[in-house]
Design a protein around this ligand. Structure first.
Ligand SMILES: Cc1ncc(COP(=O)(O)O)c(C=O)c1O
Length: 418
């Protein structure tokens, strides 16, 4: 680790939590330079939905490179981009009767959120957007203004403006009544609140601590957006791409977002890609090249991302994800019941499951004990009090079971010691 300590910025985070040098990775396992194998319940923070070095993606990427495919093309038309767009339309959009334009931008989630905010402001001619407590939307200034966590916000060094914060459904003061009150304020020309350009929301808050919104509340947010002339944006960057047991985290809820932001898992292989789905009537407000980015769409990500879409051609894979998610949830409930005096809370959807330990120091100590016993797991939420489990969706049963046992052992050992 000496090279990293000497030369790499103090900003590094995960290499402190997992102090080893990883050399190789396959599906839900990462192996370090000493040959120690770790089960991955972290999944690249939602990037590696289809596992490390997914075999079909790996082969497709090797074939692509060997054939001198176009790896970088800004937003020029390429055969691999066409194949991805065609597959996304045929496998994801058309069966859901969803009509959207696909916009590629710089390949990270925060780029997708920035583009969505810019488009909403352009369409409505308004400035403010509504974002929710515990929300996480990225680190660049526009999306950071929407991100709630004060640790990240403080690092901005400039005021983070043009965002109105409302409590998320599950936060104190949140719920449909709160949305109704906000609606009344917007209707009152003397409330001092300007009508917003957009409401930006995660159907399941991932980094914010795995808070799951109800269908009713999400519909109330959508209605409020429609009634007040604002756009309804769902940020599905972490919860989308199959994580919850359906392609979109809000599938089956009858919602109709104006913009959907996607990134992380959409590139399939761990190479970056971000894509917004814009309703065509909003998308037409863009002029060519107005929101650029040198890395708008990567050949390798298109190739791997196209392979990833094969998992969604029928419901077999997603059914499997829902089953595994149920098992994860039941296991975590078992931990919570065993330590019932501690008030642990289990939350999640599909294969994003979490146990809220109640305080960040204990959660961190559990995560450290997990690492020492060969399991990678990441804390999230206020003060890092929530242990979030997001293994690759392709994790073999044996690894899933072993990882869950390691977590249970770490909790038992830690709590006995406290
Ligand atoms: C819901 C959500 N939106 C946006 C982002 C930002 O994505 P990126 O880190 O790729 O910029 C994240 C990252 O965790 C996220 O979870």
């Amino acid at each position: 680790m000496k090279v990293f300590d000497t030369w790499e910025s103090e900003i590094r985070g995960y290499s402190r939590a997992y102090p080893t040098v990883f050399q190789s990775a396959s599906n839900a396992r990462q192996v370090d330079e000493d040959g120690r194998s770790y089960i991955d319940f972290f999944g690249g923070a939602g990037v590696l939905n289809f596992g490390h070095n997914n075999p079909s993606m790996k082969q497709a990427v090797i074939d692509f490179i060997q054939a001198d495919g176009v790896a970088h093309s800004l937003d020029m038309a390429t055969t691999v981009k066409r194949a991805f767009i065609e597959a996304f339309a045929a496998i994801i959009l058309e069966p859901r009767n969803m009509h959207y334009k696909m916009q590629f931008m710089g390949p990270t989630g925060t780029n997708a959120v920035e583009a969505a905010l810019k488009l909403a402001r352009r369409v409505t001619g308004r400035r403010n957007v509504v974002a929710f407590s515990h929300g996480f939307h990225g680190m660049t200034l526009g999306s950071l203004a929407c991100t709630a966590n004060s640790y990240f916000r403080k690092a901005a060094g400039v005021p983070l403006e043009n965002v109105i914060r409302l409590p998320y459904e599950t936060a104190t003061g949140g719920g449909i009544d709160c949305l109704k009150e906000f609606h009344c304020s917007l209707a009152d020309p003397s409330s001092g609140i300007e009508p917003p350009a957009a409401f930006v929301v995660e159907a399941i808050q991932a980094e914010g601590g795995v808070h799951v919104a109800s269908k009713e509340w999400l519909h109330a947010v959508q209605r409020l957006a429609r009634d007040t002339g604002a756009l309804f944006i769902i940020d599905d960057i972490q919860a989308g791409c199959g994580r919850t047991g359906s392609y979109f985290s809000f599938d089956g809820m009858g919602l109709d977002p104006d913009i959907i932001t996607l990134a992380k898992g959409i590139g399939g292989f761990g190479t970056p890609l971000a894509m917004n789905l814009n309703k065509p009537e909003h998308d037409q407000h863009w002029s060519p090249g107005e929101h650029t980015g040198t890395f708008r769409g990567q050949g390798i990500s298109f190739v791997a991302g196209r392979e990833a879409l094969r998992y969604f051609m029928d419901d077999t894979f997603m059914g499997n994800v829902r089953d595994k998610g149920e098992r994860m949830r039941a296991f975590l409930q078992g931990i919570a019941e065993k330590h019932s005096g501690r008030g642990f809370d289990v939350r999640g959807s599909g294969m994003m499951q979490a146990i809220d330990i109640g305080d960040g120091a204990t959660a961190k100590a559990i995560a450290t004990a997990c690492f020492e016993s060969g399991l990678l797991i990441g804390p999230c939420g206020s003060g890092g009090r929530v242990l979030k489990l997001i293994p690759p969706l392709t994790i073999p049963d044996d690894d899933l079971n072993e990882g869950l046992s390691l977590l249970a052992k770490a909790v038992d050992t830690l709590l006995e010691a406290v």
